[in-house]
Design a protein around this ligand. Structure first.
Ligand code: 5GP
Length: 362
């Protein structure tokens, strides 16, 4: 097996509805087409299209949400997404999703999240630990060495934690509801809040009260920051001192200075940035400068379904684009443990997993 596939990896920036298998999306669309709810022929080419601008990506998300936002489908995609990450040796996944309300089908933000959790509980092909302090889950996962042989087949194991996303289209009240829900669901593996959604929509001031409250209550916060040129918002976001940021594509000199002095880890999504043309070419990607300066960073997929990628592909892409070897990529993956939002005991478990892999590499 190639090293980028077999190596343990940590995924910290993956949107649930952006990580759906094409086959599942097509199947769901076909079923809705047969019921006359959508016109399948209109939708098929949109799903299969590969090159999308950032604007087109958000149009696609509106379509995906029409296709997937019912409880059963949310449960199915959550299960499949976790199985897919585990299959490529992601040992820790922070999965983010926007809790959605749809009165017409009796969906509340809470019931949406319960459907996600049902998907986590339905995972059976891999060992999953997603509930903190749950003795059963923890002891099960601890009792198994990495990739244990079970009935002749290799079983994977994965730690999963959840981040609740605030969509930039939401009001202050709606954002606060999401934070309250996250607090209520902490014992079920929710560790933080993400701010995402179309970056040309909404204002920082709208989400700030909810994000401040989240931070005060001890939830970790990550922000989509600098996806479009918006110098004022970038500075305000950095002043907020989030625990991590994603993207950082349109940073100017003063933004880099502030980011570096505050040591905020950056979630780097190479394929996403190139596909949406947020960065002109891989050669000029800010990964290079941040890596050279040893700034905390982590490679992530963003939307593995929408951008036809995987975390293994991102590692391979970085290695080949920036001339890095297997050992350097292994160190990069291992360093990501320090930026996860789960508690110290999970960090220790992950360190142990990487330590046992180090022995195999040497
Ligand atoms: P969901 O939260 O519905 O599970 O995942 C899809 C949502 O994540 C999108 O509707 C959007 O709000 C957010 N999202 C996914 N990819 C991106 C991205 O690259 N940038 C931003 N700003 N938001 C994204």
């Amino acid at each position: 097996m190639e090293w980028w596939l077999s190596m343990p990896k940590v995924e910290l920036h993956a949107h649930l509805n952006g990580s759906i298998r094409d086959s599942t999306l097509l199947e769901v669309a076909r079923t809705l087409g047969e019921k006359g709810i959508i016109d399948f022929s209109d939708v098929e080419h949109v799903i299969m299209k590969n090159d999308r601008s950032l604007r087109e990506v958000f149009k696609l998300f509106d379509l995906i949400h029409i296709l997937t936002t019912d409880h059963a489908t949310v449960t199915r995609i959550a299960k499949e997404v976790i199985e897919d990450f585990a299959a490529e040796n992601v040992v820790y996944l922070e999965l983010r999703t926007t809790p959605k309300r749809n009165d017409s089908i009796g969906m509340s933000k809470r019931s949406y999240m319960e459907a996600v959790l049902k998907g986590l509980k339905a995972v059976s092909s891999v060992d999953i630990a997603f509930i903190p302090y749950n003795e059963d889950a923890t002891s099960l996962i601890r009792s198994l060495p990495t990739n244990v042989e079970c009935n002749g087949a290799t079983r994977k194991k994965i730690y999963v934690r959840l981040l609740l996303s605030i969509d930039r289209r939401e009001t202050t009240t709606a954002a606060m509801e999401t934070v309250m829900l996250a607090l209520e669901m902490r014992h079920l593996g929710v560790v933080g809040i993400d701010l995402s959604g179309n970056p040309v929509v909404g204002e920082w001031i709208t989400y700030l009260p909810a994000l401040k409250f989240a931070k005060e209550q001890g939830l970790c916060v990550t922000l989509h920051c600098g996806e479009v040129p918006n110098p004022k918002e970038i500075q305000e976001m950095l002043d907020f001192l989030p625990q991590r940021i994603g993207h950082a594509c349109y940073f100017q000199k003063e933004d880099w200075e502030k980011l570096k002095s505050s040591n905020i880890p950056v979630e780097i999504c190479l394929t996403s940035n190139i596909r949406t043309a947020s960065i002109q070419s891989i050669e000029v990607h800010h990964f290079v400068d941040l890596y050279k300066e040893k700034h905390p960073l982590v490679l992530c997929t963003d939307d593995s379904g929408v951008f036809s990628t995987s975390l293994s592909k991102e590692y391979k892409y970085a290695a080949s684009s920036f001339g890095l070897g297997k050992m350097e990529m292994f160190e990069l993956a291992k360093n990501a443990i320090e930026y996860i939002f789960a508690d110290g005991s999970v960090k220790n478990d992950l360190r142990a997993i990487f330590a046992s892999e180090t022995k195999k590499l040497n």
